[in-house]
Design a protein around this ligand. Structure first.
Ligand SMILES: Cc1cc2nc3c(=O)[nH]c(=O)nc-3n(C[C@H](O)[C@H](O)[C@H](O)COP(=O)(O)OP(=O)(O)OC[C@H]3O[C@@H](n4cnc5c(N)ncnc54)[C@H](O)[C@@H]3O)c2cc1C
Length: 339
């Protein structure tokens, strides 16, 4: 691990100013939240910032969970465990509670922040291990060793010929499905809001550009709009081990059903096998106005994976993804939901 300077910010403006000062001095600063992803990547020397700006003292500014008739607002420094265990989130947004509860380990969830969670980097071993020479994400233009290498855990949706790394997180899949927004303070501490689906970029021919944020941009909160679908929502995660593992495939589903069981609105997010948090809009369209039975769920799953691109070890993934989605849809339709 390379030496670095640690600064502690007292409030959001102070954090941005310290990050800006470091950029002007060309020392490349990064915000430090729980550190569970950033410090890993620094130890591996995949990331080598010369300054970290700790956000730990920003818990009073960015640590609140608020809910009203417009929706849910989660401060960026809320810990994963706090949101997973929150009674209103468990009742009104169970897909969020599930996605967080099924992620990482209890120790990590007690440490890690929601802001850091959505910005976690891929677990592609060719990105994380610098002894592999070719990784377009780490070294633009160097190639992609994963395409011809061991790629069982990598993506089949949203990939490009330059990168097949997957986005590994769970929470973000629920957020993209629910149409969340991010509140951001920019380098002049001016607020702006972006749709969560615009945060992550598809790899295309620039896989090293992963997110649509500037270096000093600070995420302050995540907003999830209320809707008649949030209570009937569920996250299904399929992984090699039953706990403490990343998804091979996952599906986040929320449904608004009419009294006769027909779908008024279906929302579907896919994870584990995607290059970025993925909303399966074509699959949602298949379900509109239909009774959600096995046949409808199968057709939606076919639509969701119509564009899948497989490589040597990922041939099984579209079928795993389809089965995961069918299960998530049928289980969500069966949920007992109180008014
Ligand atoms: C063994 C292991 C297993 C795991 N399993 C899972 C899993 O199954 N599912 C899952 O979803 N995750 C999993 N994770 C990932 C874990 O959830 C993330 O490491 C964690 O959520 C990151 O949050 P953090 O607060 O520690 O972020 P940090 O490591 O502090 O930061 C991550 C990135 O976000 C930036 N950042 C942080 N906060 C802000 C902000 N407010 N504004 C702008 N930038 C910010 C940092 O600069 C950094 O670039 C696992 C991690 C480990 C180590």
């Amino acid at each position: 691990m390379r030496p670095f300077e640690l600064q502690t910010a007292g409030n959001p403006s102070d954090a941005i100013r310290k990050s800006q000062d470091a950029s002007r001095a060309q020392s490349g600063a990064r915000y430090l939240a729980g550190g569970t992803n950033l410090l890993d990547l620094m130890k591996l020397e995949v990331l080598t910032p010369r300054m970290l700006v700790s956000l730990k003292q920003l818990r009073s500014d960015l640590g609140a969970i608020e809910s009203d008739e417009d929706g849910l607002r989660l401060g960026a420094m809320v810990r994963m465990a706090e949101a997973a265990d929150h009674p209103i989130i468990r009742r009104d947004y169970p897909v969020i509670a599930d996605a967080l509860r099924l992620a990482a380990s209890a120790q990590l969830r007690n440490m890690a922040s929601l802001g850091g969670n959505v910005l976690q980097r891929t677990r592609c071993q060719y990105y994380r291990d610098t002894s592999w020479r070719a990784c377009n994400k780490r070294e633009p233009g160097s190639g992609c060793q994963a395409i011809t290498g061991v790629n069982r855990r990598l993506a089949v949706l949203g990939v490009s010929e330059h990168c097949i790394a997957n986005y590994p997180g769970d929470f973000a899949i629920a957020l993209v499905m629910l149409g969340a927004e991010l509140d951001i303070l920019d380098s002049a501490a001016a607020p702006r809001t972006i749709a969560f689906e615009d945060l992550h970029r598809s790899p295309g021919d620039t896989p090293h550009l992963e997110i649509n944020l500037q270096p000093a941009d600070l995420i302050t909160s995540i907003r999830i709009p209320a809707g008649p679908w949030t209570r009937r929502s569920r996250y299904v995660k399929v992984r090699d081990r039953a706990s403490y593992d990343f998804a091979l495939a996952s599906a986040a589903v929320a449904l608004d059903l009419a009294a006769d069981g027909r779908v008024r609105s279906a929302r579907i997010g896919l994870g584990g096998l995607v290059a970025r948090p993925w909303r399966a809009v074509e699959a949602e369209t298949v379900l509109n106005g239909r009774v959600l039975d096995e046949s409808a769920a199968q057709q939606a799953a076919e639509a969701a994976f119509a564009g899948a691109v497989v490589h040597s070890d990922t041939g099984f993934k579209p079928e795993l993804g389809r089965r995961t989605l069918v299960r998530a849809l049928l289980e969500t339709a069966q949920l007992e939901v109180s008014a």
